[in-house]
Write a protein that binds this ligand. Structure first.
Ligand SMILES: Cc1cc2nc3c(=O)[nH]c(=O)nc-3n(C[C@H](O)[C@H](O)[C@H](O)COP(=O)(O)OP(=O)(O)OC[C@H]3O[C@@H](n4cnc5c(N)ncnc54)[C@H](O)[C@@H]3O)c2cc1C
Length: 124
């Protein structure tokens, strides 16, 4: 049974590592306390939920990294273009908001290649 960074590590850029680890502790301890018999099946739901939670947070971290660590004129242009569009399109704020509200409140449709291209202003 793996929890925390050992269960799947996220880029620390968005500061979610402790939240991920503490959620793991809560989920796994609840499973242990609510089942008398422990076997592999006891943790199946945790494994599925953990995988999706990390997928979403990794997606957000990757987007955030692209926007904040693309340097030079290209990076400045990307940030200027994104911030301008975010004023008119609230969907483009969703990845940033997920850093504060957590993966549960992030629409899974946001975590797609289609949305990534839209977010970065790339041709679809
Ligand atoms: C530069 C950086 C900045 C970060 N900033 C943030 C942030 O702002 N906010 C945030 O939420 N998260 C942040 N994180 C991520 C966060 O630190 C981790 O996600 C979190 O500490 C994971 O907790 P953990 O208990 O899984 O692992 P760890 O905190 O790494 O704990 C594992 C422990 O196991 C010990 N250990 C390893 N092997 C053995 C062994 N064989 N025997 C005994 N002990 C062993 C290690 O010494 C360590 O103490 C950051 C990470 C980095 C690297």
């Amino acid at each position: 049974m793996l929890i925390g960074d050992a269960a799947g590590y996220n880029n620390p850029l968005i500061g979610q590592g402790l939240a991920l680890a503490l959620r793991d502790v809560r989920t796994v301890s609840e499973q242990l306390l609510s089942n008398r018999a422990w076997d592999v099946g006891t943790f199946a739901a945790y494994g599925t939920e953990r995988g999706e939670r990390l997928r979403r947070m990794r997606y957000v971290a990757q987007l955030y990294a692209t926007v904040s660590t693309t340097f030079g004129p290209e990076g400045r242009q990307l940030r200027r273009y994104l911030h301008k569009r975010q004023r008119d399109d609230p969907d483009l704020l969703a990845p940033t908001m997920a850093i504060f509200t957590g993966p549960d409140h992030l629409d899974p449709q946001i975590c797609t290649e289609t949305f990534r291209r839209h977010y970065l202003g790339l041709p679809s």
